[in-house]
Ligand binder design. Structure first.
Ligand SMILES: Nc1ncnc2c1ncn2[C@@H]1O[C@H](COP(=O)(O)O)[C@@H](OP(=O)(O)O)[C@H]1O
Ligand SMILES: [Mg+2]
Length: 225
């Protein structure tokens, strides 16, 4: 937040934000949880994570593009804890909005049943299939930056589902998925299989996060693509 007001713009601001947040998190985790391994978007992949019992999966700035655009609040800091096979805790912080969604306190809101399904989608690179899915479902697209912010929009009831495919890494979804699960939402891969973390290759290209009542409609829509 401090860096954003210091005159850096564009790539310089993105890189400085990523690096500063990464260093902050690495120091904090080394100090408070020295025995744990960290998988960060901005760090070298420490292969010790593949035999570790506890691994922190972090994205220091998710929605880096939005972070670099003055006044935007749709970017987030993701911190998730994976322990012995699954996510056990996580938080998605939105510093510019002044909110932290965590597995302890997801800040879940009631969703008004608007009739039309609202799909959260990337504002800068909406996957083509999501537009087709929206047509099939007569759904409304709600564009915003950051995987974490999109997932939290389902948690708060601003949208009904976040459906993504075509590319992403474990750090983009780990903390959002941990919080979404704590809020009682459905989380899975596009084919319905579970999202599995701390894999040798952290590429995790697709997901569905949705309110349970819309899952059947989304599945039917996906089948028709
Ligand atoms: N096709 C793709 N391949 C790789 N990463 C992708 C991707 N689409 C989205 N992402 C990542 O998902 C996050 C949210 O993207 P978007 O705001 O467009 O929905 C971004 O994380 P970062 O900002 O941490 O790089 C972005 O890099
Ligand atoms: Mg990210």
């Amino acid at each position: 937040m401090e860096l954003r007001g210091q005159g850096l713009v564009g790539k310089e601001l993105k890189d400085a934000g990523d690096r500063t947040s990464h260093e902050f998190l690495m120091h904090a985790l080394a100090r408070h949880r020295p025995g744990d391994v960290v998988l960060s978007e901005e760090g070298a992949d420490d292969r010790a994570r593949l035999v570790a019992e506890r691994v922190w999966i972090v994205d220091p700035v998710d929605g880096t593009r939005e972070y670099s655009e003055p006044g935007r609040t749709d970017w987030a800091v993701h911190v998730a804890l994976w322990e012995k096979g699954d996510l056990v805790a996580g938080a998605v912080s939105r510093p510019a909005a002044g909110v932290v969604h965590s597995t302890d306190n997801p800040l879940a809101g009631d969703s008004v049943d608007a009739g039309r399904i609202r799909l959260a989608v990337s504002r800068s690179r909406p996957p083509e299939f999501v537009s087709r899915l929206a047509e099939i479902l007569h759904a409304e697209l709600v564009p915003m930056g950051s995987a974490g912010v999109k997932a939290m929009s389902v948690v708060t009831g601003e949208s009904d589902a976040y459906v993504h495919a075509g590319g992403q890494y474990e750090w983009d979804s780990a903390a959002p998925v941990a919080v979404a699960r704590a809020a009682g939402l459905h989380t899975s891969r596009l084919d319905g299989s579970p999202l599995v973390y701390n894999q040798p290759n952290p590429w995790l290209p697709d997901l569905i996060i949705c309110r349970p009542p819309v899952l059947a409609a989304i599945r039917e829509g996906l089948d028709k693509l």
